[in-house]
Design a protein around this ligand. Structure first.
Ligand code: SF4
Length: 329
């Protein structure tokens, strides 16, 4: 029996996060974002926990020894319906939905979930009143799993965009920052280009795709600038070289500081340098919504995952946070 642990609101931008326990403290949290004029966006997980250990992640860098259990589609769908039911607080008149697999976990390690959710698309539309649904994933490791994704996307005509969380263009540094990834940066970029070419050569799929995404490019790089970690001249020079070679749009996601890592102040400098080096490339900067409720980049409602290692002070902080943000039990 799935237990609803509450819906929490970020009063600065309206983001609504709903948290569920599907049993045995297996958490699913979904965030409904209102930052797009033409569509609702729901940010969803693929796993109940993630132990890939990315150093900048607020979730896994705690030495917790929890398993990374894939979410099954039955639990996922039930949580999705509850997170998006158009009650008083969730009411929007938008008829498009973007399901964005950018929450807890690594989407390329649970392709089955993406496939099954897509196959239930008509039920989602019927139950929740959307006319069109688009899909997106953010991945740390576009290795040969992306070929399986591509095969599935092209076979089923899924309008799915892939965002590659690069975070440094230098292989050794990347292994240090994202220890679970083995893929070389250039191999990853080549996989992405291969994905783009395959989708763009599929006319029927692209017709669907452009209705649901801003551009007709199904790939994008995400880069979070962290002070002294990945924001130096060496990284910038290498990044310009790679962007020139592969011509992949890039989005700088503003970092939410952790205890040990701070946001870099070099964003403007980097954007200017890249636009001069790679004229015409799409470059964006982005402050993720939902910061107050842990929906922002690499943040989650940590309490529900870390309860067992929280100090008394952290537990008290959580209770205060809950009083402030809980809008539905
Ligand atoms: S950033 Fe994503 S993949 Fe990395 S540890 Fe956190 S949840 Fe897992």
């Amino acid at each position: 029996m799935i237990k609803n642990l509450g819906t929490f609101k970020d009063f600065s931008d309206g983001t609504l996060k709903t948290v569920f326990d599907v049993g045995d403290k297996k958490i699913i949290e979904m965030s409904l974002l209102f930052n797009k004029a033409d569509k609702d966006v729901v940010c969803v997980p693929t796993h109940h926990f993630c132990n890939l250990g990315c150093k900048m992640c607020h979730l896994t860098n705690k030495g917790l020894n929890k398993k990374m259990t894939p979410i099954n589609s039955e639990d996922f769908m039930e949580c999705l319906y509850k997170s998006l039911t158009k009650d008083n607080i969730r009411k929007t008149d938008k008829d498009k939905l973007l399901i964005s697999f950018m929450g807890v976990g690594e989407p390329l390690l649970n392709l089955k979930l993406i496939e099954e959710v897509y196959k239930k698309e008509n039920i989602i539309k019927e139950k929740l009143g959307y006319k069109d649904i688009g899909y997106a994933i953010a991945t740390m490791m576009p290795n040969d799993n992306i070929l399986k994704l591509k095969e599935m996307v092209c076979r089923l005509n899924i309008p799915l965009k892939v965002h590659f969380s690069l975070h440094t263009p230098i292989d050794n540094e990347r292994r240090n920052l994202i220890p679970s990834t083995n893929v070389f940066v250039e191999d990853a970029l080549a996989y992405l280009v291969n994905y783009r070419n395959s989708l763009q050569s599929n006319k029927e799929l692209m017709e669907k795709y452009i209705k649901l995404h801003t551009t007709n490019d199904p790939i994008e790089i995400h880069y979070t600038l962290i002070k002294g970690v990945n924001d130096q001249k060496e990284e910038l020079t290498k990044l310009c070289e790679l962007l020139h070679k592969y011509n992949i749009p890039i989005k700088f996601i503003r970092f939410n500081p952790t205890q040990d890592m701070q946001r870099s102040e070099n964003e403007e400098k980097w954007v200017n340098k890249i636009s001069n080096s790679v004229p015409g490339l799409r470059i964006k900067t982005y402050s993720p919504p939902g910061k107050e409720v842990g929906s922002s980049c690499g943040e989650f409602t940590k309490h529900y995952y870390h309860e067992e290692i929280e100090t008394e002070t952290q537990k008290e902080e959580f209770e205060k946070w809950k009083v402030k943000h809980l809008v539905l039990e």
